[in-house]
Ligand binder design. Structure first.
Ligand code: PHE
Ligand code: NA
Length: 496
């Protein structure tokens, strides 16, 4: 059977951008920049983008394009030519994608609910109590004492799943590409509209001052650099099977390097746009409430579902801003969710020789059931704990191993040659240097630091058994299952 293909170059880039731009850009990047030196953060961030993000993206696009498979097949084929069995790494990445998929969808579900509330600001004045108590119904739960099933959270999650599965079910061109072509322009228009209006509000410019004012003393702080590097892999969706799957559908003639540059630049540009949007709102909010910006600033779930609703309450025309903001959140989230599910589905299709429609039903059906664990009183806690371990341990480990294998076991210059043959501009030796030295060194430092911190302090004060089971245990299980699959795959099968 012929592998599916993207219809156009723009379609591919929009799909890759759709994956890269996600909740992380909107709620993580702005706060990270603010916390790590403001305007001065852009120096480490640009450095991480150029030395790690762009080369990594080019590498994954080249591998997917050349080896025409989802992550397990790519690594299996790669290992084969060197007499090594590397399929496990692909499965480990697919498992990371699968875990992220089942909790990411919970957040999209909340955003869908809040999109509904935003038309009338039915979250009321105390947005904190509304989100945690009334909406999530968080009580004395823990990540393993989840309490009861919450239908009002499950329903929006089911809506998110149906959109994702429809896109995957319909296929690369008709589903994913078409969805991205609608979603991405829509997202940019919405965010630009929001910025255009918010920036005129009193206090908005002071907010931007907080974001951009450079604190150059922070540039010498190792923490700032590790924050920049840590963010870059997650924000670009590299290192966990996604970009490999997407680039496996590239047509023969594709300008790999150019596509990678575009994807990275658009993603990082969007991050800066969201920074402007968020800090303009926060600046306005601080001014209205007569507070300092430092008192209102937040990130993550708290920013999106507590602070922003409170800010929307204060806005003129809240019933326009609210829906625009939450629709942007839903669209950014869904396009990423589609990409994670495609990474899993394409691996299942490759491995079990299943047709797309069957594989979609299998993956989305299982994923839907598993994700229901998050539609509970304690869902947020479970999500928080799993997300921490996946991001700070599993994902960095996977990126690190991928780099070491590709840059040290194999010849990275071969990948550069491959990309250069296909691309308009030529990559120089900096590409090899970044992937062999700079990125692995930075990744190793961050990974070791995270491991030490997590082993000594744990995370978030959750019960230690919970951390052992849902953190370390989960990662170990993913690794063991990957290795078992690897073990039971005969070399013949590898040829595919
Ligand atoms: N790149 C996404 C972001 O910045 C993260 C992501 C994408 C996570 C795809 C999971 C799956 O939010
Ligand atoms: Na991103």
């Amino acid at each position: 059977m012929q592998r599916e293909q993207w219809n156009s170059r723009v379609g591919f880039i929009l799909a890759a951008v759709g994956s890269a731009i996600g909740l992380g850009n909107i709620w993580r990047f702005p706060y990270m920049a603010y916390e790590n030196g403001g305007g001065a953060f852009f120096i480490p961030y640009l450095f991480a983008m150029i030395s790690a993000g762009i080369p990594f993206m080019i590498m994954e696009f080249s591998l997917g394009h050349k080896l025409r498979g989802a992550a397990p097949k790519v690594f299996a084929k790669l290992g084969q030519s060197y007499g090594l069995r590397l399929e496990w790494l692909g499965w480990f990445q697919v498992f990371i994608a699968a875990i992220i998929a089942i909790y990411y969808v919970a957040i999209i579900g909340w955003a869908i609910s809040f999109l509904g509330f935003s038309f009338t600001q039915s979250w009321g004045a105390d947005t904190n109590a509304f989100f945690f108590k009334e909406y999530l119904q968080l009580e004395d739960n823990s990540p393993t004492r989840l309490g009861q099933f919450q239908l009002h959270i499950a329903i929006p999650m089911a809506i998110a799943w149906s959109i994702t599965s429809l896109a995957i079910f319909t296929g690369v061109r008709g589903g994913i590409e078409r969805a991205s072509k609608i979603m991405m322009p829509l997202l940019f228009i919405m965010v630009l509209t929001l910025i255009g209006r918010i920036i005129m509000l009193p206090g908005a410019l002071e907010g931007l001052n907080y974001l951009f004012e450079p604190d150059f003393s922070r540039i010498f702080d190792a923490k700032v650099w590790s924050a920049a590097y840590g963010q870059i892999f997650f924000t670009l969706s590299v290192g966990f099977a996604i970009m490999l799957a997407y680039s496996s559908y590239l047509p023969e003639k594709s300008d790999i390097s150019n596509n990678a540059f575009m994807t990275v630049l658009i993603n990082c540009g969007f991050s800066i746009m969201s920074g402007i949007m968020i800090f303009a709102v926060l600046g306005y909010m601080a001014q209205e409430q007569g507070k300092e910006l430092t008192e209102v600033v937040s990130s993550g779930v708290g920013l999106a579902f507590v602070t922003i609703p409170a800010a929307i309450n204060l806005l003129p025309l809240p019933y326009i801003f609210g829906p625009l903001f939450f629709l942007a959140l839903v669209v950014a989230g869904l396009s990423s969710h589609i990409s994670i599910i495609e990474a899993v589905t394409s691996a299942v299709m490759d491995k079990l020789n299943l047709a797309r429609k069957k594989a979609t039903l299998l993956v989305c059906g299982t994923g839907f059931l598993a994700s229901m664990a998050f539609a509970t009183n304690g869902g947020l806690l479970l999500l928080d704990l799993v997300d921490y371990f996946i991001n700070n341990v599993a994902l960095l480990f996977s990126c690190f191993v991928e780099l070491i294998i590709l840059a040290w076991l194999f010849k990275i210059a071969d990948i550069r040659d491959y990309a250069n043959r296909l691309s308009e501009f030529t990559l120089g030796r900096w590409f090899d240097l970044c992937l062999r030295f700079v990125s692995p060194a930075m990744l190793a430092i961050i990974l070791v630091k995270n491991l030490i911190n997590t082993v000594t302090d744990g995370y978030g004060g959750y019960p230690i058994e919970d951390q052992l089971i849902l953190g370390w245990g989960l990662i170990a299980t993913m690794l063991v299952i990957s290795l078992i699959i690897n073990l039971f795959t005969s070399d013949k099968e590898d040829v595919l």
